[in-house]
Design a binder for this molecule. Sequence first.
Ligand SMILES: Cc1cc2nc3c(=O)[nH]c(=O)nc-3n(C[C@H](O)[C@H](O)[C@H](O)COP(=O)(O)OP(=O)(O)OC[C@H]3O[C@@H](n4cnc5c(N)ncnc54)[C@H](O)[C@@H]3O)c2cc1C
Length: 447
Amino acid sequence: MSFPIFMNTPPQWPGPAPKEADVVVIGGGVIGVCTALFLARAGQRVVLLEKGRIAAEQSSRNWGWIRLQGRDPDEIPIMLEAGEHWRAFARQTNVDIGLRQEGVTYLAETEKDYVKYEGWLDHARANGLDSRMLSSAETAKLIPNLSRSYAGALYTAQDMRAEPWVAVPALAGIAAREGATLVENCAVRGLDIEGGKVAGVITEAGRIKAPEVVLAGGAWSALFLQRHGIFVPQLSVRATVVATEPMDAVYQGGAADSRVAFRHRADGGYSLAQGGFSELFVGPSAFRSLRHYATQLRADPFGVRLLPRAPAGFPDGWGTPRRWADDAISPFERMRVLNPAPNARKAAKLLRQFAQMMPGLGEVRAAKSWAGMIDTMPDIVPVVDRAAALPGLTIGTGMSGHGFGIGPGMGRVLAALVTGDKVGHDLRRFRLSRFSDGSAMTLGPGL
Ligand SMILES: Cc1cc2nc3c(=O)[nH]c(=O)nc-3n(C[C@H](O)[C@H](O)[C@H](O)COP(=O)(O)OP(=O)(O)OC[C@H]3O[C@@H](n4cnc5c(N)ncnc54)[C@H](O)[C@@H]3O)c2cc1C
């Protein structure tokens, strides 16, 4: 399969959707797909609706790192569970999703970086992870060909990787085999609400009755919820990726310093990006959410580059409607796949910097580049919660740039929130009310 996934990929799941279900899941990214899979496994009649193609937004555009390393302490137990699901899924599909346990390494350029990474090890130890600090010499041994010496590195050998554009469609295949109905090209315009409760959804193809709805809309969730009077300070930022042509595999895992993050792909090339760099197209929601981001901006004032306006039709575009009638075309149908143009200058710089970082690899040639809009939150952790204001609605969104790896764990948790089964994890950190109940903003490690 070519990557990432675009609208010209033939639909695998053309529908039609049934008129009734136990649960409707909105969004066919890794979160929606895994939620549908676990709901089907729990015996629910579940319908997943995707406005474009399964995994065509963030879920096929990401780097493919499945990492425990650097995570928020409250995410680690869910991520440990996710790892088990990934291994099981790899066995349950006849597709090679590229799942490999090859580790993740954060290269410390300075002693200060080293100390910052070392600080996170307390969380690793508390959760029994195999993360450890490497010395400068150990780092050079782990990743041969590095042109410079590093102060050391934070290394988690048990971290994994997979090819997202293969993996998420393969998980969709498992969900369908286990009884979920998946429908592409089917935008949900809004919730059907009766007596203050969810009664189903209104799609571009008509109404589907269902007492439970899960919103896993990625970068579109805040816009969707705003129409129903629920505010989530979620924004989306552009992140650019370059794929090189096949090259020698000097290190099979994921590694990053402050300039380049790289991962070897199953096709022999590397995916390159810059970890700490993202671009925010400033729109009305950015202004509305600004006060929630004050803590993040103070901690990392140069982490996000501001761009004046989003391209037409983006979730936070100036001209994007915030209200529409149920029988009118919604912003979700107008943009089937959120496909931002990559930052070409950044892409060229990444190639140069990777060549400098790994001089022994020879010429670094781009095979392609793309970008994705990361749905981010002020505290860098998601919302995973039942909507108190709207019984029947469950929200799983704002995965903040690390939702691919944890997707299967979050999917199982979201399914349990719907069915009332045992969640098994403390979800207080991920509650929606943290933005309105006067709680202090606690930033995730964002490593
Ligand atoms: C460049 C980049 C690199 C990343 N690297 C990593 C990484 O290495 N590891 C990691 O763990 N994470 C990574 N991430 C983050 C990860 O990709 C996301 O957190 C994850 O894919 C989010 O999944 P999701 O299902 O919530 O959202 P998405 O994948 O964005 O899916 C949401 C889906 O909902 C659909 N939708 C929205 N509204 C509607 C509607 N009204 N009706 C119907 N359908 C709707 C959209 O079309 C979309 O397909 C990266 C992200 C990017 C962009």
